[in-house]
Design a protein around this ligand. Structure first.
Ligand code: AMP
Ligand code: ZN
Ligand code: ZN
Length: 428
C-alpha cells in the first residue's frame, strides 16, 4: 500500500515537472552528446566598435560573422572600467551596485582605488550579486582570470578559481589557462569562465584611439582569441562553449593641451577632490558649501557640474551614498588633472574615457557565438545592463540584478524560450 502510494506521488510529480515552464535556457538535444554548455565571458578593456573595423581582428570578426554582434553597446555612467565591468556581471547600474567610480570614498570603508589591493579585494565594496556568486550557489563551478570584483569574496563567495589581477601575466598563459578550464571533463569544468585583457585600454590611453600602438594591441588580443578558439576546436569543447566578448567602454581622442588643472576648477580650500578623471567628484569643505557650489555648479568652457541629485536622469546616477555631493563631467576630448601631473605628462595625442555614455566615442562592443547563438545576426545598439539577463539565461539561472531588459538580447538566441517577470504580463 505504502509503495503504491509512493509510486503514485512520484508519477504525479513527474507529470507536474513535465507541465512546468522550461528553465530559462533549456538544454538543446545535442547537449546529450557534448554535456552541459559552458559560457566564456571575455572583456577587451577600452575597445570601441571602430577597433573591430580596421582589419586588425580577423578572429573576432569571424566569431561575429558566424554568431551575433551588436552595432554598439552603450556603457553605463560613469564610462569607467570598474563600474562597467561590474555592471555587466550584476545587471545593475553603478549607482545601485556601489562601484560608483574607479576611485571612491566610503564613510565606513575608507578609500578605494584600483591600486589599493586590500580595498579591491574587500567584498564590502562590491554590492549586488555577481553572476559567479549566483552560479556557485546553484552548484555551478565558476572561474575568473581577473575580472574586476572576482578577487573579492562578495557575500562571502568567490569564483571556484580566481586570480589576483597581474598585468605581467603573459597573454599566452591567460589563453592556455582558460582553454584548459573549458576543455576539462564535466565534473571539474567551469560552467562560467571570465577572462580580462587590459592591453587595448593601456595602448589607447597612451597613444590615442586608432594609433599604431592600439592597432598592434588589437592584433595581439585578436590573435590570442584565435588561438583560444583553435584550442577549443581541437579539444572538442567548441561545440559546447558559448563565447561572449564585450568591452567596458570606448575611447576618445584627447588632443595635446586639452587638459584643465583641477586647482583651476575649484579652490581646494572650498572643496575636496574625491574622484578624479573625466568624471570628478567633489565634497565641499565644512562651512564652504556655498562657495564650492558657486564656483563649480553649471556650465563651464570644457566641463559641467551638478549637485548629485540633479544629474541628468538618463545617467541613472547620484543616489548611492558613495557618489560625492558635486559631480563634474568633462566634455569629450578634455582631461582634468592636478597641476603637478600636467607638468609631467608626455606630449602628444592621448586617449581618455569617462565621458557621457551617449557620446559616440564611448561606445563599447558586444560579439557572441557558440551553440546557443544564432548565426549571422546583427543586433541594433544595446545597453550594457541588458547583457547580464542574457548571461543568466545561458546558465539557466534566475537573474538577480534587474536594471536590464531580459528581452533585449533574446533575438541573439537560437532558442529564446520564455521570459517570466512574475506578473504574467510581458516584461517591459
Ligand atoms: P581605467 O582606464 O582607469 O578605467 O582603468 C583601467 C585599468 O584598470 C587597466 O589598464 C588595468 O591596469 C586596471 N585594472 C583592471 N583590472 C584590475 C584589477 N582587477 N585590479 C586592479 N587594477 C585593474
Ligand atoms: Zn576600461
Ligand atoms: Zn582606461
Amino acid at each position: 500500500m505504502r509503495t503504491a502510494w509512493r509510486l503514485s506521488v512520484a508519477a504525479w510529480l513527474l507529470w507536474l515537472a513535465a507541465c512546468a515552464h522550461p528553465l530559462p535556457h533549456a538544454p538543446a538535444p545535442d547537449d546529450a552528446a557534448t554535456g552541459p554548455r559552458s559560457l566564456l565571458l571575455v572583456s577587451l578593456d577600452g575597445v570601441h566598435p571602430d577597433d573591430l573595423a580596421r582589419g586588425d581582428t580577423p578572429n573576432i570578426d569571424r566569431l561575429a560573422r558566424e554568431g551575433v554582434h551588436a552595432r554598439w553597446m552603450s556603457p553605463s555612467y560613469p564610462a569607467l572600467t570598474f563600474p562597467n565591468h561590474y555592471t555587466i556581471v550584476t545587471g545593475l547600474r553603478p549607482d545601485r551596485h556601489g562601484i560608483v567610480h574607479n576611485t571612491m570614498s566610503d564613510p565606513d570603508l575608507g578609500r578605494f582605488t584600483l591600486k589599493m589591493r586590500d580595498a579591491v579585494g574587500d567584498g564590502r565594496w562590491w554590492g549586488g550579486e555577481p553572476l559567479w556568486v549566483t552560479a556557485e550557489r546553484a552548484g555551478l563551478r565558476t572561474a575568473a582570470l581577473a575580472w574586476p570584483g572576482s578577487e573579492a569574496a562578495v557575500q562571502g563567495v568567490r569564483p571556484d578559481r580566481w586570480f589576483l589581477f597581474d598585468e605581467t601575466r603573459p597573454i599566452d598563459e591567460r589563453i592556455r589557462t582558460v582553454a584548459g578550464w573549458l576543455s576539462e571533463p564535466e565534473d571539474t569544468r567551469p560552467r562560467l569562465a571570465l577572462l580580462y585583457f587590459e592591453h587595448p585600454d593601456g595602448a589607447a590611453h597612451a597613444h590615442g584611439p586608432g594609433s599604431p600602438q592600439l592597432r598592434a594591441a588589437m592584433r595581439e588580443v585578436d590573435a590570442a582569441i584565435g588561438r583560444l578558439l583553435d584550442e577549443l576546436g581541437r579539444s572538442g569543447a567548441a561545440a559546447r562553449t558559448d563565447i561572449v566578448i564585450v568591452s567596458d567602454h570606448g575611447m576618445a581622442e584627447v588632443p595635446a593641451g586639452q587638459v584643465v588643472a583641477i586647482e583651476d576648477m575649484v579652490d581646494p580650500a572650498d572643496a575636496v577632490l574625491v574622484s578624479a578623471g573625466q568624471v570628478l567628484g567633489f565634497r565641499p569643505q565644512a562651512g564652504r558649501e556655498a562657495d564650492a557650489e558657486r564656483r563649480l555648479l553649471g556650465r563651464h568652457a570644457h566641463w559641467q557640474c551638478w549637485r548629485r541629485h540633479e544629474l541628468p536622469a538618463r545617467w541613472h546616477y547620484g543616489r548611492h551614498p558613495r557618489v560625492p555631493p558635486i559631480v563634474c563631467q568633462m566634455d569629450p576630448g578634455w582631461d582634468a588633472l592636478p597641476r603637478e601631473h600636467i607638468a609631467r605628462r608626455p606630449p602628444g595625442t592621448r586617449g581618455s574615457h569617462g565621458y557621457d555614455p551617449a557620446d559616440p566615442s564611448m561606445r563599447a562592443v558586444f560579439v557572441a557565438g557558440g551553440p546557443s547563438f544564432r548565426r549571422g545576426v546583427a543586433l541594433p545598439p544595446i545597453d550594457n545592463v541588458d547583457v547580464y539577463p542574457l548571461l543568466a539565461r545561458l546558465l539557466g539561472l534566475q537573474p538577480v540584478g534587474d536594471d536590464g531588459d531580459p528581452r533585449a538580447l533574446l533575438p541573439a538566441l537560437r532558442e529564446p524560450g520564455e521570459v517570466a517577470d512574475g506578473t504574467g504580463t510581458p516584461a517591459h
